[in-house]
Design a protein around this ligand. Structure first.
Ligand code: AMP
Ligand code: MG
Length: 359
């Protein structure tokens, strides 16, 4: 299949932007697939109400079809068409966090095919804050099913370059948005299940548990989120799959900074001696102290949002650089912050839960 790359930048004139987006929207309405930017990561969009489109999304990603898709909307009034009920606390969360990086799970209406929900009676819905994403969703008819635009198992793409790497020849169009504007989060949305008595966080993200608590009073969290070998199945089916993983082996190192840096450098030195290519994701405050073939600066220990923004790019770059052994240094400041929980969840998955704790 030929994949058209549509470039839109902040300099693109309004008329050209509208005609480009209507071309993209038409592809969706005809049952095709278009990758588009959002404020979290790039999405791989298809018509959420067309079962054949959802089937194509699974095929393009190589994703198991029991892993449900998130339906993206651009207008809150469209929510009622695809869900059977919106509990009061979900209305309050939508008021506060939509448009934005929050996905909510509801009981679905008959309009949503089971192909989109991975066979579930529930549907996950999000309204992105990214303006271009919302304009695209409107042009596409209002309901765009979109997982992250990566091949299954790989890190989610935070730039068009990596969408092109994974999806060229597999989908109809990729919107290459040449602007940093709005795509500033870098991790997938927080997922909250609203079908129980209380909201339950199924996947941590930029919207933290505390932020949800502040609106609704009390929130549960799926126990499987941080757990290595829990026998309990995660409530968000996608969380059970290997995810976000680089090709090489990643190990996390937590605890006292001096000891962690010493430990990491020692391990790396041993691998280097064997002729292996090595990488480190390090903290800005200590960046001069790490030694490896590739050292990535994850930003300040006081600013987990920087690590969130950069993480997937680093994992992809390690692949591009053929790095075989990697260490990520995680400080307690990051681990203990609200957003740090989302960062740790992705890091733990990328590392296959390999973590060394030095106290
Ligand atoms: P991705 O689109 O790659 O960010 O993945 C979507 C995530 O949303 C997956 O982890 C899914 O398991 C989760 N999800 C989608 N729909 C539902 C649902 N109805 N119930 C629970 N989790 C869902
Ligand atoms: Mg994904």
């Amino acid at each position: 299949m030929e994949t058209k790359i549509l470039t839109i930048s902040s300099d693109t004139g309004i008329e050209e932007r509208i005609s480009s987006l209507s071309e993209a929207g038409e592809i969706i309405q005809k049952g095709g697939l278009v990758a588009f930017p959002t404020e979290t990561v790039y999405g791989l969009g298809g018509d959420a109400l067309n079962p054949e489109s959802s089937r194509k999304i699974y095929e393009a990603k190589g994703r198991p079809s029991d892993n449900p898709l998130i339906v993206h909307i651009a207008d809150i009034d469209d929510l009622n068409n695809i869900v059977s009920e919106v509990p009061d606390f979900a209305k309050r969360l939508a008021d506060k966090f939509w448009p934005g990086p929050l996905t909510m799970v509801f009981n679905k209406s008959d309009k949503v095919p089971y192909q989109t929900t991975g066979g579930l009676n529930t549907v996950a819905v999000r309204m992105p804050s990214h303006k271009l994403a919302r304009d695209f969703i409107k042009a596409a008819g209002g309901y765009v099913a979109a997982p992250s635009a990566n091949l299954s198992g790989k890190p989610s793409p935070t730039s068009a370059k990596y969408v092109i790497q994974d999806m060229m020849g597999r989908i109809d169009m990729i919107i290459d948005y040449k602007s940093d504007e709005d795509m500033d989060i870098g991790l997938e949305s927080t997922i909250v299940d609203t079908t129980g008595d209380k909201p339950m966080i199924l996947r941590p993200g930029y919207i933290t548990r505390k932020m949800v608590d502040d609106i609704v009073g009390e929130t549960d969290i799926d126990v499987t989120i941080m757990n290595a070998d829990s026998k309990v199945a995660p409530k968000a089916p996608g969380m059970k799959y290997r995810h976000y993983a680089p090709k090489g082996e990643l190990v996390l190192v937590a605890g006292d900074a001096d000891r962690a840096i010493e430990y990491i450098n020692k391990q790396i030195a041993a691998y280097s001696k064997d002729g292996k290519r090595t990488g480190i994701i390090g903290i800005d405050e200590f960046i001069d102290r790490y030694n490896a073939d590739s050292v990535k600066n994850a930003g300040s220990k006081e600013a987990p949002e920087q690590m969130a923004q950069r993480l997937y790019t680093f994992l992809r770059e390690f692949d591009d650089e053929n790095i075989e052994y990697m260490y990520a240094h995680v400080c307690s400041e990051i681990e203990n912050s609200g957003l740090g929980q989302a960062v740790m969840n992705r890091l733990l998955k990328a590392a296959g839960h390999k973590i060394v704790r030095l106290d």
